[in-house]
Design a binder for this molecule. Sequence first.
Ligand SMILES: [Zn+2]
Length: 178
Amino acid sequence: MPTTNDQPPAVRIGYGFDSHEFRPGIPLKIGGVTLPYDQGLGGHSDGDVLLHALTDALLGAIAAPDIGSLFPPSHQKWKGADSVVFLREALKRVREAGYHVSNVDASLILVAPKIGPYTSAVRTRVAELLGVHSDCVGLKAKTPEGLNLDSAAIAHVVVLLKKSSSEKRKMKKKRRSA
Ligand SMILES: [Zn+2]
């Protein structure tokens, strides 16, 4: 029989997906880092496919509205915007919900450029943005074998949130005063 449990869960998982198309002559931003390449990712804001998937993973973990609802691509305000803005809003909501990031794991799927030489820089930047150690940010780059997706970059991200201790204290206090 299902039991009633009004305690917030100790951990929450989130998943995010995003894709963008390569366009010539614009900067390539991945994970908040500008990579040297002759094409960038077009579309919403600065096209940072990794930060968008990460933002959606964070929002999804706390069942908040997704990135497209919070920052509509149709809105001029977000054209060319730095995707760090979206990530910071998601992190703010995570904190307000009483959680913090435990770790993140991401897969990037793209033909070029080779991500290997930049993996460390991207992990470091994402860790810095999330306020976690770079050991808590996993990043794998794959090529889209057999998918016929040579002109796109795709990101999948999972994130694990843990209940913050201050929230635990608050909850205890609430229970005591109840
Ligand atoms: Zn996007």
